[in-house]
Ligand binder design. Structure first.
Ligand code: SF4
Length: 365
């Protein structure tokens, strides 16, 4: 396939390196995974940072590393253990893939995270961005790490109006950056991290970029030609599907029923409050509870809540149900009654249910 020339092809990209490196030297944030860029630390932090902000990741990273400090520990961790460490970060497939890849590394690479880009790509959950980040930051290899941030900043710098959602546009940018690394002999780790940092701090994803702080303000085509509002060009993502759900807090004394979600699909294998499809009326909710085998003492409608996943939105109606202790015998097998402390410490309950978490504790309404 021939490639028609776009902004990035008409721009002398090597000239961006020096001002960017200088800026990074003066402005890099101190981050826990930067202090000691061991391959394992780079890998875990980069996976956590996908779809999650740096500030939110920091405590998760520290806790994860304290509990599962190396590939072997991760490979030997139980599902409950690693899901619990991920609880609240969302996109749980990320940690499932981390675990699968850790086992792969133990079995096929003698416990050593490979330094080769192509080998890294063979690991579960590692795409070109993460492979580039690990091989450059941990091993100093001249490999680019292009994510949405890098696509945005380089597109603006070079005035490139290609659609950054297209895989070939990303591949082309990777090729261009790889060539920059080879030609300028710059430090690949610094260049990749500086690009990420510029995207996070200066040429930001939401709102106006801080061009007055940007090391490229004299070079940037989007700034010169007033194209900042138009670049990056991005095809619209598909609209999210809305699912109505009814959530039940079935409480007996200080305990509340939870259940494990199926091992496949959304929030696979995590624990949840029991629920039903659709937005049930109070009458329908009572019937649902009876169908489960319980004779409810009390029902109360709770405030509605919404949770947004990448492709789905849950619009939730909640009910608090109280049952007598004798009713627990009638509980369906999948319902586990736990108190608030056990629920928090032992079971990974995703943040989609956060709005109803407070009802774990309240005794009287
Ligand atoms: Fe982004 Fe402004 Fe810098 Fe251009 S000058 S790269 S638009 S921050």
């Amino acid at each position: 396939m021939t490639h028609s020339r776009t902004g990035i092809d008409c721009f002398e990209l090597n000239q961006m390196v020096k001002p960017l490196e200088q800026w990074f030297l003066e402005n890099a944030r101190v981050l826990p995974w930067r202090e000691e860029p061991l391959p394992y630390y780079v890998w875990i932090s980069e996976i956590m940072l996908q779809q999650t902000r740096v500030e939110a990741v920091k405590p998760y990273f520290d806790r994860f590393i304290r509990k599962l400090g190396d590939v072997e520990a991760l490979a030997n961790a139980t599902e409950e253990e690693y899901l619990k460490l991920w609880e609240g970060l969302g996109y749980y497939n990320r940690v499932r893939n981390l675990h699968v890849a850790a086992v792969q590394i133990m079995e096929e690479y003698g416990g050593m995270i490979p330094d080769d880009y192509q080998e890294l790509l063979k690991l579960k959950g590692i795409g070109s961005y993460t492979a580039g980040a690990i091989s450059s930051i941990a091993y100093g290899k001249p490999e680019p790490a292009v994510d949405g941030n890098v696509l945005r900043v380089i597109s603006r710098l070079t005035g490139d109006t290609s659609d950054i959602m297209k895989p070939q546009v990303k591949r082309h940018m990777e090729d261009k950056l790889r060539a920059v690394m080879e030609e300028t002999k710059c430090n690949p780790s610094t260049l990749n991290q500086a690009l990420m940092e510029l995207g996070a701090m200066v040429c930001v994803p939401n709102g106006a970029p801080h061009c007055e702080e940007c090391p490229w303000q004299e070079l940037c085509v989007a700034k010169k030609e007033q194209l900042i509002d138009q670049i990056p060009v991005k095809t619209k993502a598909k609209k999210r599907r809305i699912e109505n759900r009814t959530i039940f807090i079935i409480r007996q004394g200080d305990t509340v029923a939870i259940q494990k979600r199926p091992n496949k699909g959304l929030l696979a294998g995590l624990y949840e409050l029991p629920g039903a499809e659709g937005s049930l009326s109070e009458q329908e909710a009572l019937e649902w509870v009876k169908e489960q085998g319980y004779g409810p003492l009390y029902i109360k409608k709770l405030p509605d809540s919404k949770h947004i996943f990448s492709h789905i939105e849950w619009h939730m109606t909640g009910y608090l149900i109280k049952i007598e202790d004798t009713e627990i015998k009638k509980a369906p097998e999948k319902h586990i009654f736990v108190d608030a402390v056990t629920a928090t410490e032992k079971y990974a309950i995703p943040s989609a249910f956060l709005a109803y978490a407070s009802y774990f504790k309240k005794i009287d309404e």
